[in-house]
Design a protein around this ligand. Structure first.
Ligand code: ARG
Length: 273
């Protein structure tokens, strides 16, 4: 073997060793990135959730002992998740349509907002298991209650929906010629309904029930939407955070087994004012 050939063999084997160790490194880097999202939360000592606190009994504002607080059954579940991680809970309230961007930018660790794990959303985020399911409800002014017996009665009407919600798509698909008005907060939609700027609002049924229970001037219409294929609520988590998803599902399993979620829902409904 001449010197030149030897040199070539040596450099090839060096290159392949290097390549092998580089790829091993990359793999390890990935794995530790996964582990680190949960680790980072644990190290920071707090879990930051993003929500849109306009959705009783899921999440809503209430003044308790003179202080504005965000409560609801999502918040109670979030507290249990934080407890199992041994960290504090911090809540960031924003418009529903800004939640997934906040998750993507790392402004929040997870999103808990009665969010439905749709196929479309699954392309950009991961979801925990579904922890709650419900149908849709249509809120109208009590004086109009008898006008809206079925979906055809809503034809061409002004329909309020939360921007980027599944209700926006459902209303578009099921109410003929609907004149949709999408807003960031359900509380603003309720004002629009009271001020006759919209004729109806589509939200999850328990939310519709919560709003009408404290507002005699609003009622639930007899008209109902057909249930969507995507339903239920799950927690949104940044893609590639396997350990964090497992950790959250573990807490959800515990709460489901202990039947705690039903209790949280009842408690939240009692706290609505
Ligand atoms: N479940 C619906 C969705 O995922 C609406 C959720 C609205 N949540 C809220 N906190 N406002 O699109």
């Amino acid at each position: 073997m001449n010197k030149k050939l030897l040199k070539k063999i040596f450099s090839i084997s060096l290159a392949s060793t290097l390549m092998f160790s580089l790829s091993a490194c990359a793999k390890k880097g990935n794995a530790s990135a996964n582990a680190s999202r949960l680790d980072t939360i644990k190290k920071s000592g707090k879990l930051v959730i993003g929500t849109s606190a306009d959705y009783p009994p899921f999440e809503f504002h209430k003044t308790i002992n003179g202080k504005d607080e965000i409560i609801g059954f999502d918040v109670d579940i979030a507290k249990e998740i934080a407890k199992d991680m041994n960290v504090e809970l911090q809540i960031k309230d924003m418009k529903f349509d800004g939640l997934l961007a906040a998750l993507d930018s790392g402004n929040v660790d997870i999103v808990m907002a009665g969010m439905t794990p749709t196929e479309k959303r699954k392309k950009s985020v991961d979801f925990s298991k579904v922890y709650y399911t419900s149908l849709q409800g249509i809120i109208v002014r009590t004086e109009d209650k008898d006008k809206f017996k079925n979906l055809d009665d809503l034809m061409g009407k002004k329909i309020g929906v939360q921007k980027s919600s599944i209700q926006e798509d459902l209303a578009k698909a099921q109410i003929k010629n609907a004149d949709l008005k999408g807003l960031g907060k359900v509380t603003d939609l309720v004002l629009e309904l009271k001020n006759k700027k919209v004729d109806a609002i589509v939200v999850e049924k328990p939310v519709a029930e919560a709003y009408v229970s404290k507002n005699p001037d609003m009622s639930i219409a007899q008209a109902t939407l057909k249930p969507s294929e995507d339903n239920g609520s799950a927690i949104a988590i940044k893609k590639g955070s396997g350990e964090l998803v497992d950790q959250i599902n573990k807490t959800l399993d515990r709460l489901i087994n202990e039947k705690a979620i039903d209790k949280f829902v009842t408690k939240a409904n009692e706290q609505i004012e």
